[in-house]
Design a binder for this molecule. Structure first.
Ligand SMILES: *Cc1c(COP(=O)(O)O)cnc(C)c1O
Length: 360
């Protein structure tokens, strides 16, 4: 068996230790005689899996008192709609920062449900930077401020949390949650589809401050109401049980490997390895402002776009897959999620150097 280095933006690579453990437990979870997939979600075994997953996530992220952790479905995309439905009273204003493709999706989804004010946009420079906060045109009375912490497609990441005092800050952290420590006390709501940096597709995480639950007017339908899921502890209907179980194993793996501070150090080292190489080369280029570059998703172009197919084919021969950039930006993209080992990044950099030397 050969496992590849998978640079996909999502679903992304998972830790090999987690996959091996799931494989060991596949037919018989802890002597239960069943796979987790086959268990009743109301039985004590699954309840213990879900409770442990939530407790470990709370430990990892140091979730403050008064925040609910919800395990939902519908991906991050459903959150684009649930957020305005749940946080808006009537047709109040919501502020959005437009940093790229995912921010645009969030904005468009909210438009039917709120008066959207795009307080800043990086579209003028093809989404290669985060607009500086001093230039944001925030509303006086916004129900919330939404930003996309990491633009998975453009490779642009906020270095910190926006500094606003009186408005709940909402963040799409689909592709960088758990990649670094997070001061949740400065955020009202964060959300993430699991399939980038957390676990299998089919699970979405929402962490929401208590006072933001149950305030939407009109009240959303039950399945779309955070209050429903908070009250039922994410068991209102059948949860994505196997995805929660795998995410729980990923949380344990992160805790065993030093938690989020150590994870951040590894991610800084991996990203630096690739960016330093790109910046040292005349053959590859990353268009993003240095201060705003993503540690998770690194787009780059080749000097000659006609060589892209060759580049990808050679990478595949060297066990590296999913390096093709998103169709909206072209070029290449390497996603370096938590589970990508530094050996994978080194293999990529070695290959890129050799490719440039022979074709450049
Ligand atoms: C992938 C992604 C989404 C959409 O996630 P789905 O789970 O497919 O709905 C939203 N935002 C960001 C930043 C993403 O990377």
């Amino acid at each position: 068996m050969t496992r590849v280095f998978n640079f996909s933006a999502g679903p992304g690579t998972l830790p090999e230790e987690v996959l091996l453990r799931a494989s060991d437990e596949m037919l018989d979870w802890h002597g239960s005689g069943q796979s987790v997939m086959e268990m009743s979600h109301r039985g004590k075994d699954y309840i213990s899996i879900a409770e442990t997953a939530e407790a470990d996530l709370r430990t990892l992220l140091e979730v403050p008192e008064g925040y609910h952790v919800l395990f939902l479905q519908g991906g991050a995309s459903l959150q684009f709609e649930m957020i305005p439905m749940n946080l808006i009273q009537g047709r109040a204003v919501a502020d959005y920062i437009n940093t790229g493709e995912w921010a645009k999706k969030a904005i468009n989804a909210a438009k039917g449900l709120a008066d959207v004010n795009v307080a800043a946009s990086a579209e003028d420079r093809s989404f290669t930077y985060v607009p500086s906060q001093s230039e944001w045109r925030l509303s006086d009375n916004a129900a919330y401020l939404h930003y996309t912490a990491n633009e998975t497609i453009g490779g642009v990441e906020f270095g910190g949390i926006p500094d606003v005092s009186d408005v709940p800050v909402v963040s799409d952290m689909s592709s960088n949650l758990l990649s670094r420590p997070l001061d949740l006390s400065r955020l009202g709501l964060i959300y993430a589809g699991a399939q980038k940096n957390i676990g299998p597709a089919g699970l979405a995480l929402v962490i929401i401050r208590e006072d933001l639950i149950g305030i939407g007017e009109p009240a959303p339908p039950a399945m779309l109401d955070y209050a429903t899921h908070a009250k039922a502890r994410s068991m209102y209907n059948t949860p994505p049980t196997f995805a929660v179980y795998i995410a729980g194993l990923v949380f344990q793996w992160l805790l065993e490997n030093g938690g989020l501070a150590a994870t951040e150090e590894r991610n800084i080292a991996k990203a630096k390895l690739l960016y330093d190489f790109i910046d040292s080369s005349d053959f590859y280029v990353n268009p993003v402002d240095k201060a705003d570059r993503s540690r998770m998703n690194i787009p780059f172009r080749l000097a000659d776009p006609a060589l892209e197919a060759d580049f990808l084919a050679g990478a595949a021969t060297n066990n590296m897959v999913e390096l093709k950039g998103h169709r909206s930006v072209g070029g290449m993209r390497a996603s370096l999620y938590n589970a990508m080992p530094i050996e994978g990044v080194q293999t990529l950099v070695d290959y890129m150097a050799e490719f440039a030397a022979t074709k450049g």
